[in-house]
Structures are given as structure tokens and as C-alpha cells.
Design a binder for this molecule. Structure first.
Ligand code: GLN
Length: 193
């Protein structure tokens, strides 16, 4: 089991720590040759989606990762990672991988509520601490998408096939259950037909 972590900018390092804690090997993806090895899952960390989207294209990482995700590679996407997976952004004309049929609002909580944390139930996982940092939320999902968590009636976690999209940052809390759930998807991905 080996997981690639996109490490162009943002909170990639903390994800590696979580995986190590769970005894799972990971490597950083910074350039195209990093993708030559085989791997069982991908983490798209939080950071700044516009910058990440631009760097992915400039470094020729966009197309190979897009193909892998489309073909069913399990992905854990947090915060700006969620923005990269969304098929549509409600307040931005850009879209990136667009492999998850969901509509996402960027910086959705405004300046006042820029960062906050709550504890909430996540389906298939249980109660976990959720930390939001200039977070997006999911405005709507297609029927094929499973909603995993809501906070104040906003969708903040969803799964589509092997893609797990989160508006919050599980890598900076003490809890490892979200990463454990992701590893279980990597061990047993659903076939994409
Ligand atoms: N607001 C950021 C963006 O649009 C995401 C914030 C985060 O990843 N913590 O990319």
C-alpha cells in the first residue's frame, strides 16, 4: 500500500504524518517522474486551489492525475482539493479535474467565519472533530453522490465512487479515523464501469 500526496503547496506534510501513524507508506508528488511508481491512492491537500490548479498544468501533472482519478484511483481531497474535484464551482468560472458531480462554493463561510471547528457525525466513520479554514462547502450533489456529513445544513463531506471530498482538514486534528476510512477505500476500491 502506497499513497501519493500532491505536494506543490499547502498542507501536504500533515497528511504524510497521519499516514505514517497508520503504518502506510506515502510519497510526495512534485513532478511528472514522481508518477512513474505504482500507488494505491492520492491525497489532494488543502491550500489554494487557483495556485494548485495552475501548477498542476505547468508541471504536466494535471492530465496523468486526471486519467488516474477518472479510472478509479481512490482520492482523499481536503478543502482546496475538494475544489479541484468539483464538476462545478458556484462562485468561480474555473473548474479543474471536475471528476466529482458536485457544485462547490469557494471561501463559502466569508471572512467572519474564516476558521472554526466543530464536532460532527460523519457517515461510515462516527463523530469526529472538523476544522474549517477559509473553507468551501458543497452546495449540491447529484444522486450518485453519497453525502457523508452536514454542518448547519451545509454538506461538508461526500463520497463519489472512490473519491472522498471534504470541506475541512482532518490532517490537523488528533483524530485519524478519516484517514483510516480512506485507507479502507484504497484497499478495496469500487470498480468503475
Ligand atoms: N479557500 C481556499 C481555496 O479556494 C481553500 C482553503 C483551504 O484549502 N484551506 O483554494
Amino acid at each position: 500500500m502506497k499513497i501519493g500526496i500532491l505536494a506543490l503547496q499547502g498542507a501536504f506534510w500533515e497528511h504524510a504524518g497521519k499516514l505514517k501513524e497508520l503504518g502506510v507508506e506515502s510519497f510526495e508528488i512534485r513532478k511528472k517522474t514522481d508518477l512513474q511508481q505504482s500507488y494505491d491512492g492520492l491525497i489532494l491537500p488543502g491550500g489554494e486551489s487557483t495556485v494548485m490548479g495552475k501548477l498542476l498544468k505547468e508541471l504536466d501533472l494535471f492530465q496523468p492525475l486526471y486519467e488516474k482519478i477518472k479510472d478509479g484511483l481512490p482520492v482523499l481531497a481536503t478543502c482546496s482539493g475538494l475544489i479541484l474535484l468539483a464538476s462545478e464551482l458556484s462562485n468561480d468560472s474555473n473548474s479543474y479535474f471536475a471528476t466529482m458531480p458536485i457544485k462547490v462554493r469557494r471561501n463559502a463561510y466569508g471572512r467572519q467565519l474564516g476558521s472554526f471547528s466543530v464536532s460532527a457525525d460523519v457517515k461510515n466513520i462516527g463523530k469526529v472533530p472538523l476544522v474549517f479554514i477559509r473553507a468551501p462547502y458543497i452546495e449540491s450533489v447529484e444522486n450518485s453522490v453519497e453525502v457523508l456529513a452536514t454542518v448547519n445544513d451545509r454538506i461538508v463531506a461526500a463520497r463519489y465512487q472512490n473519491q472522498l471530498g471534504l470541506a475541512f482538514h482532518p490532517e490537523i486534528t488528533q483524530d485519524s479515523s478519516i484517514h483510516r476510512y480512506f485507507i479502507s477505500i484504497c484497499k478495496n476500491p469500487v470498480p468503475i464501469i
